[in-house]
Design a protein around this ligand. Structure first.
Ligand code: ADP
Length: 265
């Protein structure tokens, strides 16, 4: 069975512009229905979601992404992890209600970081879950880092790592804009949607891509695209779609034509 990875950015359902943890339940429930509808078709699925208001503000405030330097950061480390578990529990609860076997997977419990990079991840459990036809549901988390005590294992780190290890062919990335534009569409009304990006074209468009307009500690759109472009070397194709607009995620999961940006070789 084909394996797809669906990443849902925190900006989509976890109110990234809010300073306090907040979920947009209308969006989350609609998205969950779309995932449930598409999942009836025969493919294996890994879901990865971002943290939005549950992660970025507390990490920015306490600096735990840069390592543990003060004792007071330990409570922040623990609380950040707890908040991510809470958000994941909210997301998976909606999916489970719709009969999707979305099994919560706390990646920091089986991943070792080294200066902000994944050093080791024990993926046998993920493979096992997939064999059973579960939908492993991972999310951005603060993780143990050998060099600095703590760093952020973001959804955007997890996606390329698993895609390569598990020989994924397709990644669907849901965000809060229609795809990749010539410049940030939230700031520039003349920004134009780029329908397709190949590694050779990437160099000429990279200057127009910035991070995130919201509080972001993991690199935003620019880092995402850089990683997805690298994956094309491994035969992995990605599509960036607007998950805040109805049916886009469902269509993308089903392989139907949808507005967005395709990243391929
Ligand atoms: P997510 O939470 O979905 O992972 P991010 O906040 O990290 O998303 O990145 C999405 C944001 O990236 C958009 O809301 C947009 O403001 C910003 N962005 C910056 N440059 C671009 C660009 N060239 N094309 C599209 N989005 C861009």
């Amino acid at each position: 069975m084909e394996l797809k990875i669906l990443k849902i950015g925190g900006s989509v359902f976890a109110c990234k512009e809010s300073n306090k943890p907040k979920v947009d339940f209308n969006v989350l429930r609609r998205l969950s229905r779309e995932i449930a509808n598409a999942y009836k078709n025969n493919f294996n699925l890994i879901l990865v979601h971002g943290a939005g208001s549950y992660g970025h503000p507390i990490v920015k405030r306490t600096g735990i992404n840069k390592g543990i330097k003060r004792k007071s950061q330990l409570v922040a480390f623990a609380e950040t992890q707890r908040l991510q578990n809470e958000l994941n529990s909210i997301f998976t609860r909606e999916l489970i209600k719709l009969n999707v076997p979305a099994i919560p997977c706390q990646a920091s419990a089986f991943t070792l970081m080294d200066k902000g990079k994944i050093k080791e991840m024990y993926i046998k459990v993920i493979k096992g879950f997939l064999k059973l036809n579960l939908v492993p549901t991972l999310y951005g988390v603060p993780a143990y880092d050998e060099k600095q005590g703590c760093s952020i294992l973001s959804g955007d780190d997890i996606v390329p790592f698993l895609a390569k290890k598990l020989k994924v062919k397709q990644i669907i990335h849901g965000t809060d804009v229609d795809g990749v534009f010539t410049s940030d569409p939230k700031k520039d009304p003349n920004a134009k949607l780029i329908k397709k990006i190949t590694p050779s074209e990437f160099k000429s468009i990279i200057s127009g891509i910035s991070g995130s307009t919201k509080i972001d500690v993991t690199g935003g759109m620019k880092r995402k695209i850089e990683e997805l472009v690298k994956l094309t070397e491994f035969g992995i194709q990605s599509i960036i779609v607007n998950a805040t607009k109805p049916k886009r995620i469902e269509k993308a999961l089903l392989g139907e034509k949808v507005i967005g940006t395709i990243i391929c070789k």
